[in-house]
Design a binder for this molecule. Structure first.
Ligand SMILES: [Zn+2]
Length: 241
């Protein structure tokens, strides 16, 4: 069993990496579930500075949303995390973000289809949760489960994304790939009709690679970048993502 100290360190690091990437700001939160202890580690919600997150600032809740450790209540949409952690063995990490490009696919009446090889991760498609409300009750968490099925990601209409991973490295990697693929799809659409990968091509590509291995290599790279990040994005923007 991985120690909670190690998981705390990773979740805090991942929070800062997402902030560095402009994907976690005022809104959004990420979590890791430890099945042995049934404890959910979560990044704090609205008002917390994600770019400087420390392990001791993380929250711990149980699968019913009850606060165990940490200051303040958990983010209002904690049921997104607890529903997935409780139901899926391949959802030991969950990222709920409001990423600028991927979110557009929850708004435009155009289905998300991957356009890059890396995007083949999402070859099975990304369902859309249509109700225009926050996921702030366990009942809505259960509705999320029905819509996402066994898919890797979910779009929340007019809101954001949910991505699951077998570990936090995979949830980070898949979230970054989703945003990159969504951006390239949007940009290619300005040149004409886009040429997306078919589900079969995606399956073939995925069969040739080891997603988790790639995710761990990406993690090492991003941890190095984050360690020398000056915490001042060149733009000076503080995105709401
Ligand atoms: Zn949200």
């Amino acid at each position: 069993m991985v120690s909670e100290d190690t998981l705390r360190e990773k979740l805090a690091t991942c929070t800062r990496i997402f902030a560095m990437q402009g994907l976690l700001g005022l809104f959004g939160h990420i979590s890791i579930y430890q099945p042995e202890s049934k404890r959910v580690l979560m990044s704090p919600g609205l008002g917390s500075d994600k770019a400087t997150m420390r392990p001791d600032q993380l929250l711990v809740i149980d699968l019913s949303g009850g606060a165990i450790e940490g200051e303040g209540p958990p983010p209002i949409e904690w049921p997104i995390h607890t529903a997935l952690h409780g139901a899926r063995k391949d959802a030991l990490a969950v990222a709920h973000l409001h990423p600028p490009y991927a979110t557009l696919f929850s708004i435009a009446k155009r289905e998300f289809k991957p356009v890059t090889l890396q995007g083949a991760l999402f070859g099975a498609g990304i369902p859309v949760y249509r109700s225009a409300h926050l996921i702030k009750t366990p009942e809505r968490g259960q509705q999320i489960l029905k819509v996402i099925g066994d898919n890797r990601a979910l779009l929340l209409r007019g809101h954001g994304t949910v991505v699951v991973g077998r570990d936090i490295e995979e949830a980070l990697f898949a979230s970054l790939i989703l945003e990159d693929d969504a951006r390239k799809a949007m940009q290619s659409a300005t040149l004409g009709e886009w040429d997306y990968l078919t589900p079969e091509e995606c399956r073939e590509f995925e069969a040739e690679i080891d997603v988790q291995r790639r995710a761990h290599r990406a993690w090492s790279y991003l941890v190095k970048l984050e360690s020398r990040w000056d915490r001042q994005p060149a733009t000076g923007l503080a995105p709401l993502a």
